[in-house]
Design a protein around this ligand. Structure first.
Ligand code: GAL
Length: 687
């Protein structure tokens, strides 16, 4: 894809945002702390604060009694030091009076148990009362602060997620289904394979959301429910923003997305590809477990790269890091502090992949309750002298020198396809290995080689434009609709190269298998017919012979019938020994590769190395380096901004084959450069 020269969404700010969730509502009885905060904000180089995220009980302590005075003065004070505000709507948590008076706002879980008041992120997305209350609150916020010069952006709610199974949600689900199936119950029964276990419905009212104490094995139902949950969440969101859009049409709107943290894979419960269309800016909360005991720093950095490239690609524009921790979190199994240097390095990695901000949860550490030990910019010692505060200030200082990077994008010739619906369907599929499907992790494995070689990748979704890419990697696309198959076929016919793997093209968008073997279009494009998938026990091993070497195979092997493809790899063992495992097929102007089995890391390196050569895929700005160093580039028309990052515990030497300027120190650089453990250098090079 070509670089975007426009300053994309960033009409609101021409500076890197630094700061984060600030919760002064916890400190209103401590004016001395609030006064101190203003000094510390400046000292830490913070310029942007997300306010009011969980402030409903302070904004409306009793029904109809509104208190905005405290927020007025906080916003004015922030403005007085030149700061900006990302103002939140408070629907992520609600006051007790509301749950008590209107129990319909309480969520009902999948076992049909209504939850008690407490916690957060647990409201019903359908409840008319909750919708009315949030709409009213949000209108008041927009009326009061919409014209405040400090207002930079809207932060709608917080980390939308979860589902409610109350009666109102059941009704809404049935109405959603009626629309989807055009009031035709037979069409629904056909799509859900109704006669299986006598699951044909004779009336819409019989349909219930999936439940562990009821129906949970009708895959079409499961999938439609997931889709409904996304749509209902978006509908709730749209209700939240109605007045905001009307009163503040020029203020960008975001909501903070999440990731599953252990493996740093995309958040599973909502289809963000749909949600993204409703936002002006993508923002997300990143909490990688740096220095963990199950992987190398570089491996984790690779995963951070992957997910950033997905969230950036959702809108093909820079995004915001809405939350991160300057030190430890409080909810990992072990909450390890970031080692010296890691905070700057990990923050710059976010910027390198397209973030225009480094924002934290939270700016001042709480004194009580569950997050009192979660890392923050300001600790209980209230000091600007501790290590964490100093590291944060260094990030602030560095960001201050990166204004020209704001709004710049990352061009890519390679795309990897991620699909939320596919992930759901694969998860539900009772087949293959129940613990080894690992769809998002498989994508990370395919991403790895490009990351190691500094070749930019977009991680795109199935509705996005494929046409600008030279290479499209489509691992484990189990659910592939006729439309997606047709789009892949067009991509290859027009000259693109596609790589597909085992367990792809099995079911359509209703989770019904294709009949008569593999889809004819896929057979034509790939020149093969996958006829059987073998699932291996964890202790089983097979191997594939490819390019004169043997590569270990685990988990999955697909037996392929060859029609017109070149066989470039063969299985080594078992009843399919010596049959095709990796194939390549010329189709019209393009090339289609199929990888039949799950192969070790080195296979991907060697396989993709071949394609990198063939397709002349290159780093934007070549810097020679050893393993564990990553160079990621953002670009505008005039310049490349190269982030050179050492994700190892040793010093690394890199070699720069151009004249570059260090954006932070102002130094001119070329030739060899030594990077200390966790060091990052940010270089500007004329493009
Ligand atoms: C996020 C949440 C924040 C805070 C943070 C702690 O998921 O949005 O409010 O709880 O986690 O890491």
């Amino acid at each position: 894809m070509m670089p975007t020269n426009e300053k994309t969404y960033t009409t609101a700010a021409r500076f890197m945002l630094h700061g984060g969730d600030y919760n002064p509502d916890q400190w209103l009885d401590h004016p001395e702390i609030l006064a101190e905060d203003l000094k510390l904000m400046k000292l830490s180089g913070s310029n942007t604060f997300s306010l009011g995220i969980f402030a409903w009980s302070t904004l409306e302590p009793e029904e109809g009694q509104f208190h905005f005075e405290w927020l007025d003065s906080i916003i004015d004070n922030i403005a007085s030091i030149g700061g900006r505000v990302i103002l939140a709507t408070p629907s992520g948590a609600r006051p007790a009076w509301m749950s008590q008076k209107y129990p319909e706002v309480l969520r009902v879980n999948e076992s049909r148990v209504q939850q008690l008041h407490g916690g957060r992120h647990n409201h019903c997305f359908t409840s008319p009362v909750y919708r009315e209350k949030t709409a009213k609150m949000n209108r008041m916020l927009a009326e009061r602060y919409g014209k405040h010069p400090a207002l930079l952006m809207w932060h709608i709610s917080n980390e939308y997620g979860g589902e409610c199974h109350c009666d109102k949600c059941q009704d809404a689900f049935r109405s959603w289904l009626k629309v989807k199936y055009a009031d035709d119950l037979k069409a629904l029964n056909d799509s859900w394979w109704g006669p299986f276990w006598s699951h044909t419905f004779s009336d819409w009212s019989q349909i219930e959301s999936p439940s562990p104490i009821g129906e949970n094995m009708v895959h079409g139902l499961n999938l439609d429910w997931k889709r409904f949950v996304t749509d209902q969440t978006i509908s709730f969101f749209e209700n939240e923003v109605t007045a905001i859009k009307e009163l503040t049409p020029d203020i960008p709107i975001t909501t903070n997305f999440m990731a599953d943290t252990h493996d740093l894979i995309p958040f599973q419960s909502l289809d963000y590809s749909k949600f993204a269309k409703h936002l002006d800016v993508i923002s997300w909360d990143a909490y990688p477990a740096w220095h963990n005991d199950w992987e190398t720093t570089a491996n984790l950095a690779m995963k951070v790269g992957f997910i950033n490239d997905l969230y950036r690609s959702l809108k093909q524009q820079p995004f915001l890091l809405m939350e991160s921790t300057p030190s430890a979190v409080n909810w990992h199994k072990v909450n390890k502090a970031k080692r010296p240097g890691m905070h700057l390095l990990s923050s710059m990695q976010m910027v390198a992949h397209g973030s225009d901000s480094i924002l934290y949860f939270q700016w001042r550490k709480s004194r009580g309750s569950s997050e009192k030990f979660h890392g923050a910019v300001v600790d209980h010692d209230n000091s600007a002298e501790n290590r964490v505060f100093k590291e944060v200030s260094k990030v602030g200082e560095t960001l201050g020198k990166l204004s020209q990077v704001v709004g710049t994008n990352r061009p890519a010739d390679v795309a990897i396809l991620y699909d939320w619906e596919n992930n759901w369907a694969l998860d539900h599929a009772q087949g293959y290995g129940s613990e080894t499907k690992s769809y998002p992790q498989t994508l990370q494995e395919h991403y790895r080689t490009f990351w190691e070689q500094d070749i930019p990748v977009d991680v795109i979704t199935k509705e996005q434009d494929f046409s600008g890419y030279k290479l499209l990697v489509v691992p484990m696309l189990y659910l592939a609709s006729e439309r997606t198959i047709a789009r892949l076929k067009r991509f290859v016919a027009d000259g693109g190269t596609v790589v597909m793997t085992y367990i792809s093209g099995i079911v359509n968008e209703y989770d019904l298998t294709y009949l008569g073997g593999w889809h004819q279009d896929l057979r034509d494009v790939f020149g093969i017919n996958p006829v059987e998938t073998d699932t291996l026990y964890p202790s089983d091993r097979n191997a594939v012979h490819y390019g004169g070497r043997s590569y270990e195979l685990t988990d999955y092997a697909t037996v392929l019938e060859n029609h017109s493809a070149d066989v470039v790899g063969t299985y080594e063992q078992d009843f399919y020994a010596e049959t095709p495992a990796v194939t390549s097929n010329r189709y019209e102007k393009g090339e289609a590769y199929y990888i039949g089995g799950r192969l070790e890391e080195q296979f991907h390196r060697d396989f993709y190395q071949g394609l990198i050569r063939e397709l002349s895929l290159q780093p934007v700005f070549p810097i020679a380096h050893g393993p564990g160093v990553s160079v990621q580039v953002r670009q505008d028309a005039a310049q490349d901004y190269a982030f050179v990052m050492n994700f190892t515990e040793q010093e690394q030497t890199v070699s720069i084959d151009a004249k570059a300027k260090d954006l932070v120190t102002g130094e001119d650089l070329s030739g060899e450069l030594a990077l200390a453990k966790y060091e990052v250098r940010i270089l500007a090079v004329n493009g």
